[in-house]
Design a binder for this molecule. Structure first.
Ligand SMILES: Cc1cc2nc3c(=O)[nH]c(=O)nc-3n(C[C@H](O)[C@H](O)[C@H](O)COP(=O)(O)O)c2cc1C
Length: 164
């Protein structure tokens, strides 16, 4: 099995979660971590929030958007203004090769406001691209460094197909 975990992380929480997800999946085969790097993200919280609220897209470096070769596909983002970060919006627009695939969606969040909406938004776009099933999980930022909590949340989502 070949897997990929595509994620964006501005301050590290989603990145840590992506690493724990990779660890949880390592018995499934070759799992690759793919961190999205925005070339135009603002350093200002208010600008970030405004852009995310407007569902802005970020400029990403040249990369492969074809997910066709992967059996396990995971995508993670912090919740920004009730939706994905702009870098993930760009990736969602451009990715391909999802027909018939199961996708693991994950988020990290602060208060949790808009978390479900963010996951639904991603799921709707990927459903439109032919993805067939979803597993979802979310880790609150206060729990990101609680390894046992995060690993058990991930395990439950992967085994039971929890909707997060
Ligand atoms: C611009 C911005 C907007 C945010 N909006 C939300 C939000 O709508 N709901 C929420 O629960 N958390 C929100 N947060 C908190 C982040 O989702 C949370 O800190 C997340 O773990 C950050 O992940 P990262 O360290 O991978 O960047 C926001 C954070 C930023 C910077």
């Amino acid at each position: 099995m070949k897997g990929i975990i595509v994620f964006y992380s501005y301050s590290g929480n989603t990145g840590k979660t992506a690493s724990l997800l990779a660890e949880s999946l390592k018995d499934q085969g070759d799992i690759q971590l793919c961190e999205l790097k925005s070339l135009d993200e603002s350093g200002s919280f208010f600008r970030q929030a405004a852009r995310a609220f407007g569902r802005a897209r970020s400029v990403l470096p040249e990369m492969d958007f074809n997910l066709g070769p992967y059996d396990v596909i995971c995508m993670g983002t912090p919740v920004w203004a009730f939706g994905p970060a702009p870098a993930m919006n760009t990736y969602l627009d451009r990715c391909s090769g999802l027909e018939g695939k199961t996708v693991v969606l994950f988020t990290t969040y602060g208060s949790g406001t808009g978390n479900g909406r963010c996951l639904d938004y991603m799921q709707n776009i990927l459903t439109g691209k032919g993805a067939k099933a979803f597993k979802r999980f979310s880790i609150p930022q206060v729990k990101v460094n609680d390894r046992e909590y995060a690993l058990s949340t991930i395990k439950q989502a992967l085994n039971l197909g929890s909707r997060g």
